[in-house]
Design a binder for this molecule. Structure first.
Ligand SMILES: Cc1ncc(COP(=O)(O)O)c(C=O)c1O
Length: 409
């Protein structure tokens, strides 16, 4: 089986990590992987998380198996955090959920569930999109189509293009949307645009699949889910994934949510729950519990929840400061260039308006590493690195002015 295996290459994301690891420059800058780093470059553990772990340890909890649907208390907490505890979808019992090993697994399981129930459904994904998302749906055997979303060279949302493309959705097609802090662009819809898309989804009888991985990184914990809540108020049925990796800083503990919101006239929600359970069991059997238990401990302890909200607020402030710093440096070094998009966009990421070749130039000349589409993790930068990136951007633009063909590469 394995003797003749050869030629299996790295995808662009893995290839970048290899180049980064091979670079021996002491000042190399890693703006690739989606983690928050503090000013010293560390990925900190939140104080609320550490305290929750201590409390869990003292409770001497069992380690027996849970259901394939995972930690039910975590599911209820995250449903409430995302939708609002009083949302009628929750009150009316129209939501079934599984706690998954992170939102990555939730996306994969959601794709598998759809493939089982409706293999002809086409999945509509934004252009550009977080590359791994494509894999989850392709691997499940579903057909993908892209919709226009972001014009990278001009750093603007292509909303007209998006609406035009989505007119072609058919009944039961899936529309994949990022609930906030779009990965990779940081470019979100405003509430009026969410409304337009919700109406379009209803008209086309499509099913939204909303993926939320950065709640609290954009405008605020409540503010970041306004589009999602509008959708839950408007559309009859929906899939939802929520990641706790970034919002709680528990990346490797693997806690996420996969929910199905069923229509009011759904005949048998028990069958939906069993179908979800069987899907996750067949894929990975069961999720780990530690991360979910931490999140539940925080969200069920008023003092820890207050601390967590405060810490997440501090992270958000750092991200905002880095966005402002980068914009300021870029505009100072590139007179006439408008970098306002950096402050208008949300969350960890923005895409610089440079080509793939120019991105490689940044790696070679400045040892700055970012993911495809020149996706910069602004939440991983400190002030000095943001200054270096601003200088590097100015250098690329100067090179482009000298050799104009570079820009379209
Ligand atoms: C949009 C989006 N969805 C889902 C995920 C997966 O998160 P995790 O599997 O760590 O919960 C990520 C991670 O970067 C993401 O950016």
């Amino acid at each position: 089986m394995f003797r003749n295996l050869s030629g299996h290459t790295n995808d662009p994301i893995e290839a970048l990590f290899v180049r980064l690891a091979e670079d021996t420059d002491a000042n190399k800058i890693d703006l690739g992987i989606g983690v928050f780093r503090d000013a010293t470059g560390k990925v900190p553990v939140m104080r609320a998380v550490r305290e929750a772990e201590h409390r869990l340890f003292e409770q001497d909890l069992p380690k027996s198996y849970m259901s394939p649907l995972g930690n039910a208390e975590y599911c209820a907490d995250i449903e409430a955090l995302a939708l609002g505890a009083d949302h009628r979808v929750i009150k009316d019992g129209r939501i079934v959920s599984a706690q998954t090993p992170g939102a990555g697994s939730a996306l994969r399981a959601g794709a598998e569930l759809v493939q089982t129930l409706s293999p002809q459904s086409v999945v509509w994904v934004s252009d550009p999109v977080w590359g791994h998302q494509l894999e989850f749906f392709e691997k499940a055997g579903l057909t993908l189509r892209t919709y226009r979303y972001y014009d990278q060279l001009n750093s603007v949302l292509d909303f007209a293009g998006m609406v035009e493309d989505l007119q072609s959705m058919q009944a039961d097609d899936l529309l994949l949307l990022h609930g906030c802090c779009h990965n990779p662009t940081g470019q979100d819809l405003d509430l009026a645009q969410w409304r337009t898309i919700a109406d379009l989804v209803v008209a086309r009888q499509a099913i939204p699949f909303v993926d939320i991985a950065y709640q609290g990184f954009g405008a605020g914990i409540e503010e970041d889910v306004q589009g999602l809540r509008l959708f839950a108020d408007t559309v009859p049925q929906m899939l939802l994934t929520v990641s706790s990796s970034k919002s709680f800083g528990i990346y490797r503990e693997r806690a996420g949510l996969l929910s199905v919101i069923v229509p009011e006239d759904a005949r048998d929600i028990g069958s939906v729950r069993r179908s979800l359970r069987d899907t996750v069991r067949q894929l990975y059997f069961m999720a780990p519990n530690h991360g979910a238990a931490i999140v539940h401990e925080i969200l069920s302890s008023p003092d820890l929840e207050t601390l967590w909200r405060q810490e997440l607020g501090e992270i958000r402030e750092h991200v905002d400061n880095m966005r402002t710093a980068l914009r300021t440096t870029i505009e100072r070094l590139n007179p006439g260039f408008d970098a306002a998009f950096l402050e208008q966009q949300n969350g960890m990421f923005s895409c610089l308006p440079i080509s793939a070749d120019e991105q490689l130039l940044l790696e070679r000349e400045f040892h700055i590493y970012m993911l495809p589409h020149a996706r910069v993790n602004v939440a991983a930068m400190n002030a000095a690195q943001s200054a270096t990136l601003g200088e590097a951007f100015a250098y690329v633009r100067a090179q482009r002015a000298a050799e104009p063909h570079q820009a379209s590469a």
